[in-house]
Design a protein around this ligand. Structure first.
Ligand SMILES: CC(=O)SCCNC(=O)CCNC(=O)[C@H](O)C(C)(C)COP(=O)(O)OP(=O)(O)OC[C@H]1O[C@@H](n2cnc3c(N)ncnc32)[C@H](O)[C@@H]1OP(=O)(O)O
Ligand SMILES: O=C([O-])CC(=O)C(=O)O
Length: 371
């Protein structure tokens, strides 16, 4: 038996959801650059779940279905109020709340295509309501109910702040959602597929995926990028901070990628958004610091920014609390998780690889009293 640490380069399944070929990312064959520049997040979700772009009527109907499914039951919201809200990370709260959704869905374990599509809609629509409700509950405020006349991106910002957001913020947030929606067999998507390949239910798959996304080597990196920027504080301090960290072999969050070795095609979009948004807020230092870090890390280590790097200053500029950055990643990536889960169910086989045993050989049993 041979092993590859971290399964690097191992092709574990076939998939037609998204591809990364020669550094180019596509969702069902559509280049991410075109989607980032032109698509609404709802169009992308439709594409991921139906394998084609919607026409006008289909999009309108789908947007309405999502908006109508966004209300989270009082049972789940009331339980959220009992969480130790000022101590727990919003990703932990999201993981628990999503698991809780299943307890109040009588069809949670129904496996028909129709039942799974129904669950998909609820999960996609209700994650934003949960994330924003948690943010408000911990501030001692009441959750804001979703509106069914706003786009997905606008509704998130509306539920978060209780005010209808401006056009620029909605456009930027929509683009960030599009850019994060799917990414081939990343760790959280693989987790979701492994979970549902036992023929477990979709809520279990999404709960497991949220757990995997939470880690700092994956989605948890975006919050840590902002922590680093805040710690550095000003452009003049970037060089010393980064060179010192690199000399100590500390990983710089938001850099490097298992698949992209010549750059992440999503980073340029987020970089430009960061430039524009920080110039609007007047806090250009976040962009300037990020660019300087980017220069040093690429020169010193040959590492390039991934999707998490510039998204930190983008979300900060939109006035979003830093520990909500990873939950927002989940709000978008749940669309990809669901597409992969549907694909897994449609052509399922249990996922059960082997381990090469490297433990001790032929141990002799020693009775308890003799140990
Ligand atoms: C949405 C996403 O999940 S994108 C990724 C988000 N995660 C991060 O930004 C965290 C920082 N980055 C990393 O930890 C890594 O680059 C990963 C996890 C993304 C990819 O990891 P792998 O493919 O396993 O690469 P691995 O961690 O083995 O790194 C290879 C070498 O590059 C170094 N390296 C990789 N990333 C970084 C980094 N961000 N900063 C400094 N050094 C790094 C490693 O220390 C290692 O060096 P060595 O060979 O001297 O030991
Ligand atoms: O693909 C990966 O390994 C990490 C990921 O989710 C992404 O970059 O969006």
């Amino acid at each position: 038996m041979s092993t590859t640490k971290g399964l690097e380069g191992v092709v574990a399944t076939t998939s037609s959801v998204s591809s990364i070929i020669d550094g180019v990312l596509t969702y069902y064959g559509y280049n991410i650059d075109d989607l980032a520049d032109h698509a609404s997040f709802e169009e992308v979700v439709f594409l991921l779940w139906n394998h084609r772009l919607p026409n006008k009527e289909e999009l309108k109907k789908f947007q309405q279905e999502l908006a109508d499914a966004a209300v989270v039951s009082n049972e789940v919201l009331d339980q959220m109020k009992t969480y130790p809200v000022d101590k727990v990370h919003p990703m932990a709260a999201l993981r628990t709340a999503v698991s809780n959704l299943a307890l109040f869905d009588e069809a949670a374990d129904e496996m028909s295509e129709e039942a799974n599509r129904e669950k998909a809609l609820k999960l996609q629509a209700q994650l934003p309501t949960i994330v924003t409700a948690f943010s408000r509950i911990r501030q001692g405020k009441e959750p804001v109910a979703p509106r069914n006349d706003l786009s997905f991106a606008a509704n998130f910002l509306y539920m978060l702040n209780g005010e209808v957001p401006d056009e620029i913020s909605v456009k930027a947030f929509n683009k960030a959602l599009v850019l994060h929606a799917d990414h081939e067999l990343n760790a959280s998507t693989f987790t979701a597929r492994v979970c549902v390949a036992t023929l477990s239910d979709m809520y279990s798959g999404i709960t497991a995926a949220i757990g995997a996304l939470k880690g700092p080597l994956h989605g948890g990196a975006n919050e840590r990028v902002m922590k680093m920027l805040t710690e550095i504080g000003e452009v003049e301090k970037v060089e010393d901070y980064i060179k010192d960290a690199l000399s100590k072999k500390v990983k710089i969050m938001g850099f490097g990628h298992r698949v992209y070795k010549n750059g992440d095609p999503r980073a340029k979009h987020l970089k430009e958004m960061s430039r524009q948004l920080t110039s609007i807020t007047g806090e250009t230092k976040w962009y300037d610091m990020s660019v300087k870090i980017d220069e040093i890390v690429s020169n010193e280590k040959g590492l390039l920014p991934n999707v998490d790097f510039y998204s930190a200053s983008v979300y900060h500029s939109l006035g979003i609390e830093h520990d909500l950055f990873t939950p927002i990643f989940a709000v978008s990536r749940v669309s990809g998780w669901i597409a992969h889960i549907l694909e897994q169910y449609a052509n399922n086989r249990l996922i059960r690889p082997r381990a090469e045993y490297i433990g001790p050989d032929r141990q002799e049993w020693i009775p308890l009293e003799d140990r």
